[in-house]
Design a protein around this ligand. Structure first.
Ligand SMILES: [Zn+2]
Length: 117
């Protein structure tokens, strides 16, 4: 990861944490996941654990880490669903998840707070 990518990645994590705080801390790992898996969210007793596939940080065709940041938004939306008590299962992509995903996407890619909508 070069300096620009590192800054983009850190900003994405910071934007989510500041604009969409969770009840439990979110811990993000860069992991070697199955080739068909870009990310995973796991609800733990005291944290939300998010794994992002390490290969998403090494794609020449994606110098601004769009795939890694978008996957972070996707998994963070699962954490928000879990916080709200409406998560039916870990791969729940319900309408509520979609609303949370939109908030996450805006926080990271539009760089403004959902409070300002
Ligand atoms: Zn999902």
């Amino acid at each position: 990861m070069n300096a620009k990518q590192k800054a983009l990645w850190r900003q994405a994590c910071a934007d989510l944490r500041s604009h969409l705080p969770t009840r439990k801390p979110v811990v993000v790992y860069v992991s070697d996941l199955d080739k068909d898996t870009w990310g995973e969210w796991r609800g733990r007793k005291s944290t939300h654990a998010i794994d992002i596939a390490s290969r998403l940080f090494n794609m020449q065709e994606d110098p601004e880490l769009f795939c890694a940041r978008e996957t972070l938004c996707h998994e963070y939306a699962h954490a928000l669903c879990d916080d709200s008590g409406h998560l039916r299962e870990s791969n729940d992509h319900s309408a509520l998840w979609g609303l949370h995903y939109a908030e996450c996407y805006r926080a990271v890619f539009d760089r403004f707070s959902p409070d300002q909508l």
